[in-house]
Design a protein around this ligand. Structure first.
Ligand code: F6R
Ligand code: MG
Ligand code: MG
Length: 375
């Protein structure tokens, strides 16, 4: 493989058992997944891989030449999760196999529970990439940071001063409820884009593309976000999505520091305890990715990679392991205290229609004959 050839980067994740509760992943599960993927690498199915976790989610990061939506790669991930689930059951881990919603794999992992972000790219001379991994939140949590990376000149200086970025980018936005999508161009349609993605539980950024005239082909994504909505798939609540994303950087794309800069602001996201609360998104190094306070606060880990000309993953660098993000973490803790003091009240607790757990129908039923008309 050489520069100019295509390689696919796939990040596939699932919660197949927490240790303890919903906080972390037991090392035996990581070991098992490594075993399965190492075999696939020997057999030439994978070019390279890395297994890690963020909170209670097992994360498979893989390079290969099979393109996106490959049944071979999705089947491999499914197998790693299935084998891991067996270990999780032996160890009595919490919610063993919770994200494997189907009994048998049928060609594509989409709609089966795990989250997927993948992109097929033409390798540049040097290919810097960041994979983001979030726990205790939903895909819309990426709306604000991805918007800022690729469309906000107050975040990304390159939009103003780099001739290779000045034309802007195109955003593919999904309407999660209606299962529709639209592509919007920035800066021309900036306000339309914001009108949609500000409603982050409904409209989510799925991909970002360059525009005509960019060095990167126009149909090749420069960012992609996992958007599988577990509660819709299962028909009942089985956990938040805990999304992942892949972002390419440098040379006419946001610089590494422009990709990370949005996370210096701990935005409020939904998720946290019982997937039913708003809280600050705290950027953390991997070793701090286990959400413990009120099952949170929600977290994001950023792993930095160079993909070499062979398609090997050179990394990871734990990018938020930097005192430059200490203030964001401190601010997140201050916001955590502030939000927690609202207890069961909105806007800490999510509005009724967005809550993943609710006793309200039961309470209303119990009180039904005690409700009386108000004059
Ligand atoms: C949130 C999450 C946890 C659980 C909570 C209750 O996404 O995973 O906050 O919702 O720990 O879990 P159960 O109902 O399994 O006891
Ligand atoms: Mg869990
Ligand atoms: Mg999780």
């Amino acid at each position: 493989m050489t520069v100019g050839e295509k390689i696919t980067l796939s990040v596939i994740k699932a919660d197949i058992g927490g240790w303890p509760g919903h906080s972390s992943v037991h090392p035996a599960l990581i070991e098992k997944a490594r075993e399965v993927l190492a075999r696939a690498k020997e057999e030439g199915i994978l070019v390279d891989f890395h297994v890690t976790h963020c909170g209670d989610d097992l994360q498979l990061i893989m390079t290969h030449r099979k393109g996106v939506d490959s049944s071979e790669i999705h089947g491999l991930a499914w197998k790693a999760f299935e084998e891991g689930t067996k270990v999780a059951k032996e160890l009595g881990l919490y919610g063993a196999g919770q994200d494997l919603l189907k009994d048998a794999f049928s060609g594509n992992i989409r709609g089966m529970g795990p989250g997927i972000a993948e992109m097929e790219i033409t390798l540049r001379k040097s290919e810097p990439v960041v994979t983001f991994h979030m726990d205790k939140t939903e895909p819309g949590a990426f709306n604000l940071p991805i918007f800022r990376m690729f469309a906000d000149p107050f975040n990304t200086a390159g939009l103003i001063i780099d001739p290779n970025m000045h034309m802007g980018f195109r955003f593919e936005v999904w309407d999660i409820k209606e299962h529709k999508r639209v592509i919007l161009s920035t800066p021309e349609e900036l306000y339309d884009l914001l009108a949609l993605i500000g409603a982050k539980s409904r409209y989510v950024i799925k991909r970002v593309f360059p525009k005509e005239g960019h060095r990167i082909p126009k149909d090749e994504p420069v960012a992609v976000i996992s958007t599988e909505k577990l509660y819709q798939i299962a028909g009942e609540y089985v956990g938040k999505d805990d999304p992942v994303a892949i972002v390419r950087a440098q040379s006419g794309l946001p610089a590494l520091g422009e990709v990370l800069e949005p996370f210096a602001f701990p935005e409020l996201v939904s998720g946290w305890m019982r997937g039913s609360h708003n809280g600050p998104l705290m950027p953390v190094p991997l070793r701090h990715s286990n959400p413990t306070r009120f099952d949170g606060p929600p977290r994001v880990v950023a792993l930095g990679w160079q993909i070499n000309s062979e398609g090997m993953l050179i990394g990871p660098v734990d990018l938020f392991d930097d005192p430059a993000f200490d203030w964001a973490r401190e601010k997140a803790l201050e916001i955590t205290d502030y939000m927690r003091r609202h207890g069961p009240f909105e806007p800490h607790r999510l509005p009724m229609e967005e809550m993943e757990y609710t006793t309200l129908p039961g309470v209303l039923k119990k009180l039904s004959d005690r409700f009386e008309p108000v004059e």
